[in-house]
Design a protein around this ligand. Structure first.
Ligand SMILES: [Zn+2]
Length: 65
């Protein structure tokens, strides 16, 4: 899961990423920047939307022939 670090001003892989459900029903990933350690938050939208996207993927993790 990648997020934007405001301190490094570029996209980074989020370290120690944990999911958080917000009051408005949206889901967010909260973690730390692996380089500078500042807090990174990435809103990934509603959980329903995320599940829908995962279901549409054909065999996730399986290499295509
Ligand atoms: Zn950073």
């Amino acid at each position: 899961m990648q997020g934007y670090c405001i301190k490094c001003k570029c996209k980074k892989e989020i370290a120690d990423a944990t999911e958080h459900m917000m009051k408005n029903g949206r889901c967010a990933i909260k973690g730390r920047c692996p380089d500078c350690g500042s807090v990174m938050v990435k809103v990934i939208g509603t959980i329903g939307k995320v599940e829908e996207r995962v279901e549409n993927l054909p065999n996730p993790g399986e290499p295509e022939r």
